[in-house]
Design a protein around this ligand. Structure first.
Ligand code: KG4
Ligand code: ZN
Length: 343
């Protein structure tokens, strides 16, 4: 373990999907800057993230975003103890832009490099939001690409209790939003539309999975929404979009909350955290908070800006690698399918 005598200042870079982000984080918990350049406007034109366009936009923005990250923090390269970067999972082109920028900076300055797992980053956003939080705790990671129920045994040590067997929760939000005409990105739009709708107007199936008690399935739920829309169209019935949004959202929230509740009971958990873009969802936050209160578990959830993709969470995860002495070589490569716990 590295002997830590002073504050550890890390510049973190994130480019795994459609946000180009840079942040300076001290000791894994204190965020000095959190710059996020979103590409949402351009991908909205296509109804989803176009990987080739995302790569090009990252290339255009990354240098400026890193510069802003340092400036906002009032730091220069000389102040840094490490440069961290997301190297997977994610889209290969976008990941490569961040990894190449981090490697270039590390090579030019001699500052150590730390490759970070994107999902570990999402989980670590909770360490920023709640500086007293320490493992062990359980975390539900719900993003556009992942739905994982994880036991965080220690910093960087995970046991996956369950995961989705088909679509990720965020992916289901995005697909349903597109079908009901809300557009991209679907999660925030369904969240907003749901406020005007009745979550009990339509009963969509709560996907159950044979096998692992904690695995998830969202494709059946998504298909049920599509069937409902098609049947309504054929019958000439006008669909109430807020009701469909709210009812679908309720089905997703019910499944996520019930799995989390079962895990809290079975493992006698005292602390439960949410992470990932879908953790920004208001109904999910409220449902999870209420369930945790009922079961006597402390509930943690980062503010929305730390739930969706950002580099501060990467800087936090990197700190715990730094103190273990887990540095990366300049042969660090993008690994689009990187699994949690794999290095
Ligand atoms: O974690 P994230 O920013 O990127 C990935 O790692 O995938 O998650 C993006 C996902 C998208 O599917 C987006 O629709 C969803 O998070 N999302 C939400 C909300 N905000 C973002 N889903 C539901 N409600 C929200 N408020
Ligand atoms: Zn993410």
């Amino acid at each position: 373990m590295t002997d830590i005598k002073k504050d550890v200042t890390i510049l973190a870079i994130e480019s795994s999907c459609d946000e180009t982000a840079a942040s300076v984080v001290v000791n894994g918990r204190k965020v000095l800057s959190n710059v996020i350049s979103s590409q949402i406007d351009i991908h909205t034109l296509y109804g989803g993230v176009v990987p080739e366009i995302a790569s090009r936009k990252h290339t255009e923005r990354i240098t400026q975003v890193i510069r802003e990250g340092l400036e906002e923090a009032g730091k220069t390269l000389e102040d840094l103890d490490a440069i961290a970067v997301t190297y997977g999972p994610g889209l290969v082109g976008p990941l490569l832009i961040g990894v190449s920028a981090a490697k270039g900076l590390s090579f030019a300055t001699g500052i150590p490099l730390i490759g970070v797992h994107h999902i570990e980053g999402h989980i670590s956003a909770n360490y920023i939001a709640e500086p007293t939080l320490e493992p062990p705790f359980a975390c539900l990671v719900v993003s556009g690409g992942h739905t994982h129920l994880v036991l965080v045994r220690d910093y960087g040590e995970y046991e996956i209790l369950g995961k989705t067997q088909d679509d990720a929760a965020g992916e289901a939000f995005d697909k349903v939003a597109r079908e009901i005409g809300l557009g991209y990105p679907g999660g925030p739009k369904i969240d907003k539309a749901s406020r005007e709708g009745n979550p009990h107007a339509i009963t969509f199936p709560r996907g159950k999975v044979a096998g692992s008690r904690y695995d998830f399935s969202f494709s059946g739920m998504k298909s049920a929404v599509l069937n409902y829309l098609n049947t309504s169209r054929m019958k000439g019935i006008t669909v109430n979009v807020p009701d469909v949004a709210a009812s679908f959202q309720q089905a997703v929230v019910d499944v996520l909350v019930s799995h989390a509740g079962e895990a809290i009971e079975q493992y006698g958990l005292k602390k439960f955290a949410l992470a990932g873009g879908v953790a920004a969802n208001n109904a999910l936050r409220a449902g999870m908070r209420q369930m945790c209160e009922e079961k006597g578990a402390e509930f943690f959830c980062p503010p929305p800006i730390l739930c969706t993709d950002n580099a501060a969470m990467i800087g936090s995860a990197a700190y715990f690698e730094y103190i273990k002495g887990n540095f990366s070589g300049l042969d660090l490569n993008a690994v689009p399918g990187l699994r949690l716990g794999q290095r």
